[in-house]
Design a protein around this ligand. Structure first.
Ligand code: GLY
Length: 400
């Protein structure tokens, strides 16, 4: 439990000050898993967020796509992605046991398909990279793709069958993590963190927009795309995280149409990624745009049009389905597309942010490595390539 005391009044305002071992700024899935795992390790832990369980997870499709979202030059990130994917079954079982929540984990696999010669060449390159990286991925002809997924367009020219890329429902995951945190004794402050408190070159807590102040031995900045905006964070340790907008649609597959798709289907159509993620409850998530537009979260006619146009080229029958939701969220992009995990050059300030396209996938491993670091002061080997120090080479670091 966090400790609460009244601060001495030096002016007209009097504030309550709570103290904990760990204070997590941001109650999205990354902040929540960090808090849950830390509380499990015996650390008194608090989370600051006006709406815990919200954030990018409300929008995300929840693909666990370590293999199908592999990119050139991201082999180090691949190792972390695979480490997290391997943890998923046990992580989900533990979370479901702790909370009674079903988080919609579905070991359904993924089919990445090509619609024209350019897409096919792109997919062949991806396949070669996957094989060189020791990953399981099988090339299928167009006919073999349609045998697996009969709703696919007749024009599909080939594809990659990746049986290891699964999915989870991020909204359910976030709700389960809130419950898990509550049951583990995490204290929630449903307010907005306004300013990091720094005393003699050490982060010691935050002040909130409601005027109260929180103190902690260690502060974890896990505020997703907002992580680079917290006032009071010295410029040289401010995480280089930027918002990358993604528009996403949700459709519903009526029982009469089921099974519509049995696995995640994705493609690159005219250079844009489109994916269709079918849930067991009939929801079909179609995503996503990728737009560098700052803090804009408007759902645009153009975004919806492009997603539906590309998804329709893949699966023409999709236009018969009810469109139930349109939403836009902000991915926390980092300069190398990889997360920032662990200590900063400011004593007491730790980061768990910048997960970009892989926040849902990286949730289990992030919780584990952050809790290990917060408990022992030692960052596990698998997280060492992802310390924030890679973006601040000049500054003297504290040891990991
Ligand atoms: N990982 C899927 C996306 O970011 O759109």
């Amino acid at each position: 439990m966090s400790r609460t005391r009244s601060t001495g009044s030096t002016g007209s305002t009097r504030s309550t000050c709570s103290t904990s071992d760990v204070l997590v700024i941001g109650g999205g899935i990354i902040g929540l898993v960090t808090a849950w795992r830390s509380a499990q390790r015996g650390l008194s832990t608090a989370v600051v967020d006006p709406e815990p369980g919200g954030g990018a997870a409300r929008v995300a499709a929840g693909m666990l796509a370590a293999v199908t979202e592999l990119h050139y030059g991201e082999e180090t990130l691949l190792a972390l992605n695979l480490a997290s994917a391997r943890r998923y079954p046990a992580f989900v079982a533990e979370l479901q046991d702790a909370t009674g929540h079903d988080v919609g984990y579905r070991a359904c696999g993924t089919l990445a398909v090509a619609l024209d010669a350019d897409d096919r060449a792109h997919l062949r390159d991806l396949h070669a990279l996957q094989i060189r990286s020791g990953l399981e991925s099988e090339w299928l002809s167009g006919r073999e793709c349609r045998r697996l997924e009969p709703m696919l367009a007749p024009g599909v020219r080939g594809g990659l069958r990746v049986d290891g890329d699964h999915q989870v429902d991020p909204r359910r995951l976030a709700a389960a993590l809130v419950t898990a945190c509550e049951r583990a004794g995490v204290v929630f402050h449903r307010s907005l963190a306004e300013r990091l408190t720094v005393v003699r070159d050490r982060a010691t807590g935050v002040t909130l927009t409601d005027g109260s102040a929180l103190e902690a031995d260690q502060v974890v900045l896990a505020a997703g795309s907002l992580s680079g905006r917290l006032a009071g964070v010295p410029q040289e340790v401010l995480p280089p995280v930027r918002p990358v907008k993604g528009q996403v649609l949700r459709l519903t597959v009526p029982p009469a149409f089921a099974p519509f798709l049995s696995r995640t289907v994705r493609a690159v159509v005219r250079g844009s990624h489109v994916y269709l993620v079918p849930r067991e409850n009939g929801e079909l998530v179609v995503g996503a745009t990728s737009e560098e537009l700052g803090w804009d979260t408007t759902v645009t006619a153009g975004g919806v049009y492009e997603l539906l146009r590309d998804a329709h080229e893949l699966v023409p029958g999709l236009t018969e389905l009810p469109l139930t939701e349109t939403l836009a969220g902000l991915r926390p992009g980092s300069p190398d597309n990889a997360p920032l995990l662990g200590p900063t050059a400011l004593d007491g300030l730790r980061l768990a942010t910048g997960h970009y396209r892989n926040g849902v996938l990286l949730t289990p491993v992030t919780g584990d490595v952050m809790a290990e670091f917060l408990t022992t002061g030692v960052l596990p080997d698998e997280a060492r390539p992802f310390t924030p120090r890679r973006f601040s080479p000049v500054r003297q670091e504290q040891p990991a």
